[in-house]
Design a protein around this ligand. Structure first.
Ligand code: ARG
Length: 576
């Protein structure tokens, strides 16, 4: 446990001693990093306590500062209105922090915050009619990172992918292949399976503009599919297997993993049953077209079809079934859906339907809605076939990274060059996407994302590689022997305070489902370290004790950066 948590616990005990009316779980004490070092290192506001005791926060500050018997490592207590700030004994702060991180290694930052939280995280969830695009990349990255964050914070996480593998859109690519496929396959054309199938989807959309009969044929095909027609099912299986092969390649490259894959084709029937039961219970009604409709106008959501007139299911039908299945199959207390903001309405309706149908877990469902991703060319299109393909984008970034690496290190070549370019390209993409708050739109700029000097993934990786190189050169690995007595300049202290804040940043990123907090924290840490590195000599400080302390400090920065990047799904190479 780091010193900030220890001090928090200590303060809590003292506060309860001074105000015996306050109970343990009545208030939450959160020491925050002070923005201005002159005003203290860490501090907290007395609002919560004041509210409990119905007193003025300033009086509380006053009383606490006089009544608490502060531990010896607190050098000074500063009152600032409703805030109490503390200046720590620097030598103590440095030694506790750095030796703590060296001891804990990558475990540093783990917490018990999430104890008892069992979360199901749905992410990715593509349709099987086309390859994944830039929007899916954002989705996958949010899902991967949030799972890592929540796990690090002590939650139990089940990662699932819900594949929409049936429905009208899937029949479109199937019909196009049936009509114009000429026994081509991914194998005999050398195309990646998801791209192969996606081409037929695009082909369908083009031809359907000229021929209205095609859409009727598609509807017939869906009907046949739902009736289990052998030939239709066979075609469907064959084409989907091509798509899965393609998806798996993309997932592997991105680092996306799932504990369970749900297929809409396996769960839509359950949805149908629930809707029909809802009809019986008069939760919904049948309109003159034979559609089953629910009236949510009371909630401002209008009327919503839950099942088509011909009895076939739609998108929401399967979601109703699948939502229940999750709670049946997993012991969870929340179910998160990572899906783009375009579907906000869909999820408002879905959760309201679940509530009306009487599922007690309906309120434990949460839509994590995220914004659009734009490329310099404009919005990504999917229907017209001018999509920014996820694989192409990764290829492009790798290619650009390679040029960058060659510029810097001429001696890297062959497989080594390949590997490092892939790692840097992915980090550029991932970091750029993750450093922005999920709800905001992103204008992805590939050139900017790769800059070694900007607010980028490669910049942070580079900082890590710098630390690694320093450690190699120092030849000092005996962490226990590190001497901290000479550390204490402003830059060093700032780094230490940032390191101390890592566990809290992780929790607040997890709690708010916001990886951008962690991403921006890592940027700040890297910048601070680089400033320190620039202003002070580590290996040639001219003083062995000083060098020993600075090497240890550098090493702990390396540990935190590496672990932070791991959570963001980014590899931190030793050399760049
Ligand atoms: N497959 C859908 C799409 O591509 C997204 C599915 C989101 N998840 C869900 N449970 N509805 O638009």
């Amino acid at each position: 446990m780091n010193i900030i948590y220890k001090f928090e616990d200590y303060l809590k005990k003292e506060i309860k001693r001074i105000y015996p009316d306050i109970r343990d779980d009545d208030f939450f004490l959160n020491l925050e990093l002070s923005p201005d070092t002159e005003e203290g290192d860490f501090g907290f506001g007395c609002f919560g306590i004041a509210k409990l005791l119905k007193k003025n926060p300033q009086d509380i500050t006053e009383n606490l500062s006089e009544s608490i018997s502060f531990p010896p490592y607190i050098e000074k207590v500063i009152k600032r209105g409703p805030y109490l700030n503390f200046i720590f004994d620097k030598r103590f702060l440095i030694e506790e922090t750095v030796s703590g991180i060296l001891k804990e290694g990558s475990l540093y930052g783990e917490s018990k915050w999430g104890e008892g939280k069992r979360i199901l995280m749905e992410y990715s969830s593509p349709n099987t009619n086309k390859p994944q695009h830039l929007g899916h990349i954002r989705n996958n990255l949010l899902g991967m990172t949030l799972s890592n964050l929540l796990e690090k914070a002590g939650c139990k996480v089940v990662k699932i992918n819900l594949i929409n593998d049936r429905g009208i859109h899937i029949c479109k690519s199937m019909l196009a292949y049936k009509l114009w496929g000429n026994s081509k396959t991914p194998e005999n054309t050398g195309k990646k399976g998801d791209n192969f199938v996606g081409d037929y989807y695009v082909m369908f959309e083009k031809k359907a503009k000229e021929d209205e009969k095609l859409i009727v044929q598609v509807q017939e095909m869906l009907k046949k599919w739902e009736e289990g027609d052998k030939e239709t099912i066979e075609l469907w299986k064959r084409m989907n297997s091509w798509v899965y092969e393609g998806f798996n390649e993309t997932y592997k490259r991105l680092g996306a993993e799932f504990d369970k894959i749900y297929y809409e084709s396996e769960t839509y029937k359950l949805g149908k049953e629930i809707v029909l039961k809802g009809l019986e219970d008069s939760m919904c009604y049948k309109n003159d077209k034979g559609e089953i409709v629910i009236d949510l106008s009371e909630k401002g959501l209008g009327e919503k079809v839950l099942l088509r007139g011909d009895g076939t299911s739609i998108y929401i039908t399967q979601d109703i079934g699948n939502a229940k299945l999750r709670f049946d199959e997993y012991d969870i207390n929340s179910s998160i859906y990572i899906v783009a903001s375009e579907q906000n309405y869909h999820f408002q309706v879905l959760f309201e339907v679940l509530r009306r149908f009487g599922f007690e877990w309906a309120d434990q469902c949460y839509h994590l809605s995220y914004g659009m991703v734009y490329l310099p060319e404009g919005k990504m299109k999917s229907r017209e076939g001018t999509v920014v393909d996820a694989d192409n984008l990764m290829d492009e970034l790798k290619f650009m990274a390679e040029a960058e690496v060659k510029k810097r290190a001429r001696d890297i070549e062959g497989e080594q060059l390949e590997n490092i370019s892939e790692i840097i390209g992915l980090s550029a993409l991932k970091f750029y996407v993750l450093k922005i708050h999920p709800s905001k739109d992103i204008n992805f700029n590939p050139v900017e994302s790769l800059s070694f000097e900007g607010d980028t993934g490669p910049y942070i990786q580079y900082t890590h590689a710098r630390v690694s190189s320093l450690l190699r050169k120092s030849g000092m690995y005996g962490d226990d022997l590190a001497i901290f007595t000479k550390l204490g300049n402003k830059e060093e202290i700032n780094i230490v305070k940032n390191l101390l804040n890592f566990p809290k940043i992780l929790i607040s990123s997890a709690e708010n489902y916001n990886p951008s907090r962690l991403a921006n924290y890592l940027l700040e840490l890297a910048k601070r370290y680089n400033k320190f590195y620039h202003d002070h000599s580590v290996l040639n400080s001219g003083d062995e004790e000083l060098t020993s302390g600075r090497v240890a400090l550098s090493k702990s920065v390396g540990i935190v950066i590496k672990e932070g990047l791991r959570i963001l799904g980014i590899v931190a190479p030793e050399r760049m």
